[in-house]
Ligand binder design. Structure first.
Ligand SMILES: NC(=O)c1ccc[n+]([C@@H]2O[C@H](COP(=O)([O-])OP(=O)(O)OC[C@H]3O[C@@H](n4cnc5c(N)ncnc54)[C@H](OP(=O)(O)O)[C@@H]3O)[C@@H](O)[C@H]2O)c1
Length: 195
């Protein structure tokens, strides 16, 4: 069975990817920052022995390298760069930009996925499917931006798109594909809880 590695696996879209791939019988490496607090994911891991939970903060590159070494020799068919943050709010728009938060958005939404792709390239090349899948956003599109705002998020997803477009060209000869996907609007858990 193929293997998928998912970041941000403890909730939201990443969690659903893990659940579905487990149900389909794939080997799932479900990465999240705090496995001990990831109760839904741990419940899935109890039901499916093809899912393993790994601790990973994608902004801490030593953790990324450590996990790649731990899993060396294991083919990864699909790397799903799903983890992401939306750090914009009414209080930190243009004029009151929070540059520390902007750097955090770039670290998590742009640099992290590229670092994952670099660290896991040997695993991906060994696999059959050889795919790097990035959960980006239409908000990263420059041509689609008709409403402005969300500078932190938009710029970090635009940079992710640019980097992954380059990887799709640079890795073509090695048979590796880099996809940029927009999932549509998916209700975040905090909206659900507030309703
Ligand atoms: N929801 C939408 O409508 C929508 C639309 C377009 C694109 N997207 C994109 O789709 C992806 C998933 O969205 P979602 O709605 O499922 O988001 P979410 O519910 O807010 O979940 C975000 C996930 O990313 C993880 N994460 C954040 N920072 C991390 C880090 N430094 N290292 C590792 N994991 C980290 C979170 O872990 P913690 O629990 O530890 O914080 C969480 O698992 C994101 O990239 C998002 O930008 C979503």
């Amino acid at each position: 069975m193929p293997t998928v590695l998912v970041t941000g696996a403890n909730r939201g879209i990443g969690f659903q990817f893990c659940k579905k791939y487990s149900e389909y019988g794939w080997k799932v490496i479900a990465c999240c920052r705090r496995p001990d607090q990831s109760h839904d994911l741990n419940a899935v891991a109890k039901s499916f022995d093809n899912l393993v939970v790994e601790s990973l903060d994608i902004s801490l590159f030593e953790q990324v390298d450590k996990l790649a070494i731990k899993l060396s020799g294991m083919p990864v068919d699909i790397l799903i760069n799903n983890a992401g943050v939306y750090d914009d709010n009414r209080m930190n728009g243009f004029g009151r930009l929070d540059y520390a938060k902007w750097l955090n958005s770039l670290n998590i939404n742009t640099l992290g996925p590229v670092k994952l792709a670099e660290a896991f390239l040997p695993h991906i090349i060994q696999s059959e499917k050889k795919l790097i899948v990035n959960i980006s956003s239409l908000m990263g599109s420059i041509s689609d931006n008709s409403s402005g705002g969300s500078i932190l998020y938009r710029s970090s997803k635009a940079a992710l798109n640019a980097a992954m477009k380059s990887l799709s060209i640079d890795l073509k000869d090695q048979g590796v594909g880099a996809l940029i996907l927009h999932p549509g609007w998916v209700k975040p858990i905090w909206v659900e809880q507030a309703l």
